[in-house]
Design a protein. Structure first.
Length: 637
């Protein structure tokens, strides 16, 4: 920029002007100092297992802890999984403890929430971290505040007596000069000074503007370079971040049932972080699921070729903890159904061809697979000549309902003289002395230990491995115990499944498991199964009473009292049953002459609702055995 020239100002009048005693000195053109951009704030680990690590703090929250999902992961056993959080609040960084067990110390004192300053030391567990804050950069405001005056402007101040003085407008030391001039020329110089001031102020504004723009550009450029450097540093993935990425991808593949890929990612996590137990568990489970999937495929292939023993063996290799356990259960049932169907068809063909012995052998084999199948039982009865015990229907006038016999009612006191008037209770258990199956060996002891812990799948697999090493009679006993463990496990799981939607069926499963458990040494689950039986029976008694299924309610009361004793809930159900029994008896007694058949059906229902020794039971039994038309044993269920 060239020096200011007074000739640049437009003339005030055409008369030449003498040089005024005005002083204009050209100062230096001062450029703004942008300053060097400081580094971003960061955390530096200065003590502990991770000494030397650094984490750049971004304008967001930064978490510190032992878990892999933290921004700063510390290999320190004294550090909690989520230990400390560095918050970014109002342009400042604040340390906040996350309720860790050992707490967070700031400069040696416990801190829950404190603002960080440059050089502060944060202690978490056995690790010491230093907070490094950047130096305050010189802002654009300093550029605007810098001196940008090009020259010194003297302002003509006319004191009394016509003496002019030159004053420095920046506040510096003013050199007063007195010059004797005429009044007219002083007025001309004042007008010229005002014009020169306006032009000078405009130049000063331009210099300030362009200087500020240049300074701002420099500052932004350096900040951009610093951000690029920080981004490049962040692109370098740390081992902990790599482990977290592989763990996340492995979990994604695990949920999609891509077991091989999931296991591969978990193994990569262990390669980077060997002490990560959760990754090891998932890797082992992924390997187990791979075997279970292959076993399921092998079972399906064996079923397609009707190789049912191979299919069962393959399905037995699927543990109860597998995601394929439900599909395996359904497939196992499908194996039983298809094998029974094939055996029945083969038995019928042999029977039609005259080979009844071969047909009977097929039916016996089918009965081992499905002993409750009605078609199998019917064909077995036909081939063996055993038609079963069929009930005879009475026609005409009946004799007495039954002769009195001594029997005991479970949970209802001493034996009483009662008639036999109804079918057997399907939920009753006739206990008999059962000898436990003894199998020696370390494998058997381990299997029984797992069985006592209700780890059904591992117990079965351990016992199966042990049985494969046996021979002779020991192998035969081992196979019996193996089948007992499997049957107990199935019965318990089915009972747990049905105890809400079908408690009556759940009771039958629990009773089956209770009887089979007596064959296991020490009978470990007797108390547990009896408690569950009593609980389900109480629920069934209450629900059956509410739906007016009185015989079912009383049968459930008997089972509950047998295995769980009396309770207020059962006493309430019994009281309601006695009231309903009295009502039915009275109603039957009222219509005994007009409709004797209906009256007898009501009295028969009374016998299913109350204990045999009660007064209402005795009355109903007396009138039921009096002369009258015949009746059929009906159940409202």
């Amino acid at each position: 920029m060239r020096p200011f020239d007074r000739n640049d100002l437009p003339p005030v009048n055409p008369e030449p002007m003498e040089d005024a005693p005005t002083r204009i000195e050209h100062g230096d053109n001062i450029q703004p100092d942008a300053g060097a951009s400081a580094d971003e704030p960061k955390l530096v680990v200065i003590g502990g297992n991770d000494r030397g690590r650094e984490v750049i703090l971004e304008p967001r929250d930064t978490s510190i802890g032992r878990g892999l999902d933290n921004d700063l992961v510390l290999a320190d056993i004294a550090v909690s999984r989520k230990h400390t959080l560095i918050c970014y609040e109002n342009g400042q960084h604040v340390v906040r403890d996350l309720g860790s067990g050992n707490g967070t110390l700031l400069n040696g004192r416990r801190a829950h929430h404190a603002i960080l300053a440059d050089g502060d030391q944060i202690e978490v567990g056995n690790t010491l971290i230093r907070y490094v804050a950047p130096a305050a950069p010189e802002g654009v405001a300093e550029l605007a505040a810098a001196p940008t005056v090009v020259g010194q402007v003297g302002e003509m101040i006319q004191p009394a007596g016509g003496v002019h003085q030159t004053v420095d407008v920046r506040g510096g030391a003013a050199a007063a000069q007195a010059v004797q001039v005429t009044d007219g020329r002083g007025q001309k110089r004042a007008k010229g000074g005002r014009s020169r001031k306006l032009l000078l102020f405009g130049a000063i504004g331009l210099v300030v503007f362009f200087g500020g723009m240049i300074g701002l550009k420099v500052v932004l450029k350096k900040r951009k370079q610093a951000a690029a450097t920080a981004k490049a540093n962040r692109s370098k993935v740390s081992p902990d971040e790599l482990a977290a990425r592989h763990f996340e991808e492995g979990t994604k593949q695990y949920r999609a049932r891509n077991w091989e890929k999931a296991r591969s990612h978990y193994l990569k996590v262990l390669a980077v972080a060997p002490g990560f137990d959760q990754a090891k568990r998932y890797a082992d489970q992924a390997a187990a699921e791979t075997k279970a999937r292959d076993a399921l495929a092998a079972a399906k292939s064996a079923i397609s070729t009707k190789d049912y023993p191979t299919a069962r063996s393959a399905l037995a290799n699927i543990p109860s903890t597998s995601v394929y356990v439900e599909e395996a259960r359904k497939l196992r049932q499908d194996v039983d159904d298809k094998q029974v169907q094939d055996l029945l068809e083969s038995a019928k063909l042999l029977k039609n061809s005259g080979d009844e012995e071969g047909a009977l052998a097929r039916v016996k084999k089918a009965m081992k697979v499905a002993p409750t199948n009605t078609a199998v039982k019917a064909l077995y009865a036909e081939l063996s000549g055993d038609d079963g015990h069929k009930k005879k229907k009475h026609h005409g006038r009946p004799t007495h309902v039954a002769s009195a016999k001594h029997h005991s009612t479970p949970g209802l006191g001493k034996p009483r003289t009662t008639p036999r008037v109804r079918r057997g209770n399907p939920t009753s258990v006739k206990s008999a002395p059962v000898r436990a199956i003894r199998v020696s060996g370390a494998g058997a002891r381990k299997a029984l230990s797992l069985y006592r812990a209700k780890q059904w799948g591992p117990a079965y697999m351990e016992m199966k491995r042990h049985v494969q090493q046996l021979s002779g009679k020991r192998k035969s006993r081992g196979e019996k115990l193996l089948e007992t463990i499997r049957s107990v496990a199935q019965a318990v799981m089915r009972a747990e499944r049905d105890q809400v939607r079908n408690p009556r069926r759940a009771m039958s499963y629990y009773e089956k498991a209770l009887k089979l458990d007596q064959r296991v040494p020490r009978k470990p689950h007797q108390a547990m199964l009896k408690g569950r039986l009593a609980k389900v029976a109480r629920v069934l008694a209450t629900s059956a009473m509410a739906s007016r299924r009185y015989s079912t309610a009383y049968a459930a009361v008997r089972v509950a009292r047998k295995y769980g004793g009396n309770s207020a809930q059962l006493a309430s159900v019994v009281k309601q049953l006695e009231g309903e029994a009295q009502r039915l008896f009275t109603r039957g007694y009222t219509i005994r002459s007009s409709n004797p058949a209906k009256a007898k059906r009501m009295w028969q229902q009374v016998l299913k609702m109350v204990p045999a020794g009660s007064a209402i039971y005795t009355k109903a039994y007396k009138w039921l055995n009096s002369s009258g038309p015949s009746y059929q044993d009906e159940d409202e269920d």
